[in-house]
Design a protein around this ligand. Structure first.
Ligand SMILES: [Zn+2]
Length: 419
């Protein structure tokens, strides 16, 4: 909170007044009748609404009574290009047993058919949906035509990192998705360079999965991440088949193999990270690789140890895994499922009914996601898009009575029982 200048009230562009402010700080600060003052793209002051009159002079004031303002949610693992598959995999599963792994048999063949305009339209649909449920930033897992994802992100107002689906091995990989090792590296680095300097959208490097990326590519991508100080988005520890593959081929479990390749550090972002051995969990803690828990999917795979990761200081956030997944793009729902899942796995067996809370899950969905994307404030800021107000203002009384600024997203208050 900025102090009021001695010579008069703080001059700002916009004041949201009367909302309940949920700060999501370490103290879990909540202000029932609060106010938020914004100048340019930054929050300059927040406090009680009755104090705002004396402390702030705003060009524009929004009566935000009946709404909740909180930091925007961060979807830390998302597939833009799978938006038009929404509901199809679930529908297919009702008719027949799905071929596993789903990403190999359905998602990648689908992505291979997409044209740039398909991905742009997928982006428009996905990002507006995400904004409508309180998500203000995303990390794309890696798909086709990432520049068109970025174009859609710019047009909708969401922030995020786009990435290219990157595979240089696998006989079954469609030709349009498969690259040589050299092409894969160049296309990734060129993408990062093209989006560097944009204040809302950036690009990460990507390795789709260890089964479709050669050791040479993994090593080179790690070197590129260090050279350009940018993160690599990958899927890691997402199935028994992947653990078997790593053990059979390299004699190591997936996270151990990535560490041997020299890429398992704060620049590696590992979606899923399920079924970690105790030694692999220690690697996350020691080397600060970030992670993402996709609650709608992960309990199909195994007992993802989200709370252990979070409480041991791993930079872990929540993700939806995209619309083709088993749930919606609503991170409030993902947080709720995560709370129930963690409680069922690690609380119920010991009759611990207070293992975690909705507040802790929302902290992971906001602060955890931010740490997963950007690390702690002391770490490199070079690859960050500029900070902006990311609060979402949601209506407490009625989903139809939404008020928010152009850079805020809104969502109805979670129903009773949700996080
Ligand atoms: Zn994924």
């Amino acid at each position: 909170m900025a102090a009021r200048p001695a010579d008069g009230p703080l001059e700002v562009d916009l004041l949201l007044r009367g909302c309940a402010v949920v700060v999501m700080d370490a103290q879990n600060t909540q202000i029932a009748d609060g106010a938020i003052a914004i100048k340019g793209r930054r929050i300059q002051w927040l406090g009680r609404a009755r104090d705002a009159r004396a402390q702030v002079s705003a060009k524009s004031v929004i009566d935000a009574r009946g709404t909740i303002a909180m930091p925007g949610l961060i979807d830390a693992h998302f597939h833009t290009a799978q938006q038009l598959l929404r509901g199809k995999i679930v529908a297919l599963a009702r008719k027949r047993t799905l071929k596993n792994p789903v990403w190999k048999n359905y998602y990648i063949p689908f992505e291979a058919m997409l044209e740039p305009e398909d991905v742009y339209l997928s982006g428009l649909l996905a990002y507006t949906n995400m904004i409508s449920v309180g998500t203000t930033c995303f990390a794309e897992a890696g798909g086709p035509h990432p520049d068109d994802m970025g174009r859609a992100a710019m047009d909708t107002g969401i922030r995020g990192y786009v990435a290219l689906s990157t595979m240089d091995q696998g006989d079954w990989v469609p030709p349009s998705m498969k690259m040589t090792t050299r092409q894969a590296l160049k296309r990734n680095v060129d993408l990062v360079k093209r989006w560097r300097g944009n204040d809302r959208v950036g690009a990460w490097l990507s390795l789709r999965q260890i089964m479709v990326c050669s050791p040479a590519l993994i090593r080179d991508m790690g070197a590129a991440a260090r050279e350009h100080d940018v993160k690599i988005h990958t899927h890691l520890c997402e199935g028994t088949y992947e653990i078997d593959y790593a053990l059979e081929k390299f004699g190591k479990r997936p996270a151990e193999f990535m560490q041997e390749m020299g890429v398992f550090d704060r620049r590696l972002h590992c979606a899923h990270s399920v079924m970690l051995s105790p030694e692999e969990m220690d690697l996350y803690v020691k080397h600060r690789a970030s992670a993402c828990h996709c609650a709608t999917n992960n309990y199909h795979i195994g007992p993802m140890r989200l709370l252990e990761m979070w409480r041991r200081g791993v930079d872990v956030g929540l993700g939806t895994d995209g619309a083709a997944s088993w749930g919606p793009l609503d991170l409030f729902q993902a947080a709720h499922i995560a709370r129930v899942g963690q409680s069922a796995l690690f609380g119920t067996p010991w009759h611990n009914r207070t293992l975690t809370s909705g507040e802790e899950m929302l902290a992971i969905a906001t602060r955890g996601g931010a740490r997963a994307l950007w690390g702690s404030p002391t770490r490199s800021a070079r690859s960050r898009p500029a900070r902006r107000p990311t609060s979402c203002s949601s209506t407490a009384s009625s989903p139809t009575r939404r008020r928010c600024t152009t850079r805020c997203s809104s969502r109805p208050t979670p129903r009773s029982g949700a996080t």
